[in-house]
Design a protein around this ligand. Structure first.
Ligand SMILES: *Cc1c(COP(=O)(O)O)cnc(C)c1O
Length: 339
């Protein structure tokens, strides 16, 4: 039994999902003639109460498209210091859009309206980059799966409106937040100019993200996606996996959250663990006591067929997901307790 807690992206499509993909009706999506892609885009747009959606091969490309939509070269994005768009997209914001970041020191990857207001450059002071976009992440990745309160996001939105800034949500794991906080996706749809969501994380699809926005914005996004090389042909086979995931794999995210919390309870009792960050969803981040190195623990667990990852700076990460089942969980809890 190989147990992989490195990421929720490692899941493989089930037989049922593959069967659903196999039966998809497809067309050339570059001509917008793939009915399954259109169904997926419309379905997710409706879930969030937004006008339109656009299918992307990756969350990175969806986020990069959003940044391109909302900025001009030389301008600046406000985001948390842990933001995926800053840390993990290969420098794409500067490569694709020629923009810089004003990074905020948030709480577990989450920023406040007050911090945002304090980071906006005076648009009349032309020495500074012009601030044009605020980007938040929900749930946070490097922040350990933390979820925003809607009230804080509403306050950030007010700051954006008052200062003529666009507001983008990197919602790669928004599904986890919706389940954990019992929030209404339409409440998110009302706040953001664009939202990106992933189907390939907790939901178990092999590939796929969707960018949401109003019709005019998504129409502009079509050209940017084409430029980035994301226009794909009979891609309904992949969109079908997303539709299957939406129908079957959302409510079960609560199981991933329970298991992550149970892992945290066990880790908290161990004398070689220094600190376990609060667990809200499926990501668990912890640190070791000073005389124990990350590599030693990772190796020890590897010998017991359990893979976990290091995030650098002494932080270790475990992510629960669809392919991490109850038997595996029982084994990991026992193994950790005995280690
Ligand atoms: C995974 C992830 C993405 C998208 O990553 P891809 O690997 O390109 O699909 C974007 N934002 C966050 C917060 C993520 O965790």
């Amino acid at each position: 039994m190989e147990i992989n807690l490195i990421s929720d992206t490692i899941t493989k499509p089930t037989h049922e999902m593959l069967q659903y993909m196999f039966n998809a009706e497809v067309g050339d999506d570059v001509y917008k003639q793939d009915p399954t892609v259109i169904e997926l885009e419309d379905t997710i747009a409706q879930i969030f109460g937004m006008e339109a959606g656009l299918f992307f091969p990756s969350g990175t490309m969806a986020n990069q498209t959003a940044i391109k939509l909302h900025t001009q070269p030389g301008e600046q994005i406000i985001a948390d210091k842990y933001a995926h768009v800053y840390l993990y997209e290969g420098g794409g914001a500067s490569f694709n859009s020629g923009v810089s970041f004003s990074l905020l020191d948030g709480d577990r990857g989450m920023i406040t309206a007050e911090q945002v207001a304090g980071a906006i450059n005076d648009p009349e002071f032309y020495h500074n980059p012009l601030t044009s976009l605020v980007c938040v992440e929900n749930t946070t990745n490097k922040g350990g799966g933390a979820c925003y309160e809607l009230d804080e996001l509403k306050k950030i939105k007010e700051v954006c409106v008052a200062n003529n800034l666009k507001f983008h949500l990197d919602g790669a794991r928004i599904w986890n937040a919706l389940i954990a906080k019992k929030q209404d996706p339409k409440a998110f749809g009302q706040l953001f100019d664009t939202i990106s969501v992933c189907l390939s994380k907790g939901l178990g699809a092999p590939i796929g993200s969707v960018l949401l926005g109003d019709k005019a914005t998504i129409h502009r996004a079509l050209r940017i996606r084409k430029i980035l090389g994301g226009g794909m042909r009979q891609v309904g086979y992949l969109a079908a996996a997303g539709l299957y995931a939406l129908d079957n794999n959302i409510s079960r995210l609560a199981e991933d959250h329970r298991r992550a919390k149970e892992l945290a309870v066990v880790l908290n009792k161990l004398d070689w663990v220094a600190k376990v960050e609060p667990v809200e969803t499926n990501i668990l981040i912890f640190t070791l006591v000073p005389n124990l190195s990350d590599h030693v623990l990772i190796e020890k667990l590897k010998q017991k067929n359990i893979s976990i990852s290091s995030m650098g700076h002494g932080k270790l990460r475990m992510v629960t997901h669809l392919d991490y089942r109850e038997v595996m969980h029982t084994y990991v809890l026992e193994t950790l307790a005995k280690l």
